[in-house]
Design a protein around this ligand. Structure first.
Ligand SMILES: Nc1nc2c(ncn2[C@@H]2O[C@H](COP(=O)(O)OP(=O)(O)OP(=O)(O)O)[C@@H](O)[C@H]2O)c(=O)[nH]1
Length: 302
C-alpha cells in the first residue's frame, strides 16, 4: 500500500436526542469513550473517538442533539452543532429504527440539506440505528421512510447493541474521506480534556434516578484535578450548579446521603478514567436561571 492509499478525516454524528449517537460512536471505536444514558441530552460536549484501521483513520465527533432552540442554551448548542457540521468530511444522520420519522428528524433533515448542496458538498450518510429492536418488515419500512426524507449518499441500517453492520458503516464512511495521512497516533481514543470526561461522569451519577426532577437544570464544572505530592492520589474538586434551592436538596438528599452515593458512583468511573486513586470533593451550588443568563452560561463553560 502506498501512502496515498490512506484516507483520513472527520465524521460527525447528528440526530435527535436519544437517537443512539453516543452508543454508535462507542461501537464504531470499539471502546467506551462517550457517556451514554437512557435519557435525552446528556452529551453536552463534543467528544471524539478515533477509528484506527490500516487503510484509514476516522475521527468521530459526537455532537449534542441537534434540536430546536428553546432556551439560550439550546441556541448555543445548535451553533456548536452547525460549526461542527461545516468542518467535517462526512455527516452521519442517526434515526432510530423503533421510532417513526417525526418533526424532529424533518427539522434536522432541513438543516442538513444546504450542507449537501453547498459548495463543499459534504456527504451525509443516514444510519438507521437500533435495528435490533424491530423486525425485518418494520426495518424495511423505516429504511424507505428515511430514504424519502432527503438525498442521502447512503442509507445504512445498523445496531450498536449487537454489532450488526457496524463494520459496513465504517467502510461507507471511510469511502467518503479524502486521501490523507494518519492524524492521531494509534491508541489515542479521545482528545477531549480529562476535565470534560470527569464532568460527564459526575453529571451522569448526579442525574441517576432523579432525571425527571432535574431536567436540563444541572451544570457540572470541574474546578481542579490535582495529583498529590506522593503521586498515589488525585484530588478532584467539582462544582454542581442547579437553578433552585429545591433542586439542591434533591441532589444532596437527607443528611447528605444522596450526594455521598453520587460521589461513590462517580469516583469509581473517574478512577477508571485516570487510572489512579481519586479523592472526589463535590460542591452543590445554586446559580439562578443559569440556562437563560449569558454571563452564567459563559462561566459554566457553554
Ligand atoms: N436496543 C438498542 N438500544 C440502543 C442501541 N443504541 C443505543 N441504544 C439505546 O438508546 C438509548 C440512547 O442511546 P444514546 O447513545 O445515549 O443516544 P444519543 O443519541 O447519544 O442521545 P443524546 O446524548 O441524548 O443525544 C440508550 O438507552 C441506549 O442504550 C442499539 O443499537 N440497540
Amino acid at each position: 500500500m502506498t501512502a496515498t492509499d490512506h484516507r483520513s478525516g472527520f465524521a460527525c454524528l447528528v440526530g435527535r436526542p436519544n437517537a443512539g449517537k453516543s452508543t454508535l460512536t462507542n461501537a464504531l471505536v470499539g471502546e467506551k469513550v462517550a457517556i451514554t444514558s437512557g435519557r435525552p441530552q446528556t452529551t453536552r460536549h463534543t467528544i471524539r473517538g478515533i477509528v484506527h484501521r490500516d487503510d484509514a483513520q476516522l475521527v468521530l465527533v459526537d455532537t449534542p442533539g441537534l434540536h430546536r432552540p428553546r432556551t439560550l442554551l439550546g441556541e448555543r448548542l445548535n451553533t456548536l452543532v452547525r460549526d461542527t457540521l461545516a468542518e467535517v468530511d462526512v455527516v452521519v444522520f442517526c434515526l432510530p429504527a423503533d421510532q417513526k420519522v417525526g418533526p424532529g428528524d424533518r427539522f434536522i433533515a432541513s438543516e442538513l440539506a444546504p450542507l449537501m448542496t453547498g459548495r463543499r458538498r459534504t456527504p451525509v450518510v443516514a444510519a438507521v440505528t437500533k435495528s435490533d429492536t424491530v423486525g425485518r418488515a418494520e426495518l424495511a419500512e423505516q429504511l424507505l421512510a428515511v430514504a424519502a426524507l432527503g438525498e442521502w449518499d447512503d442509507v445504512v441500517p445498523v445496531s450498536a447493541r449487537d454489532g450488526f453492520q457496524v463494520t459496513e458503516l465504517t467502510d461507507v464512511l471511510v469511502r467518503h474521506l479524502p486521501e490523507g495521512p494518519v492524524l492521531y497516533p494509534d491508541g489515542e481514543l479521545t482528545d477531549e480534556p480529562e476535565a470534560v470526561m470527569v464532568a460527564e461522569l459526575v453529571r451522569e451519577a448526579a442525574l441517576e434516578g432523579v432525571r425527571d426532577e432535574l431536567p436540563h437544570s444541572l451544570a457540572v464544572v470541574v474546578d481542579e484535578i490535582v495529583p498529590r505530592a506522593d503521586g498515589r492520589v488525585v484530588d478532584v474538586r467539582v462544582n454542581l450548579f442547579v437553578e433552585r434551592d429545591s433542586q439542591k436538596g434533591i441532589i444532596i438528599g437527607r443528611g447528605g446521603s444522596r450526594l455521598r452515593e453520587v460521589g461513590t458512583r462517580a469516583r469509581t468511573g473517574i478512577e477508571r478514567l485516570l487510572g489512579q486513586k481519586v479523592f472526589l470533593d463535590l460542591h452543590v451550588k445554586v446559580a439562578k436561571d443559569w440556562q437563560r443568563d449569558p454571563k452564567q452560561l459563559g462561566r459554566l463553560g457553554f
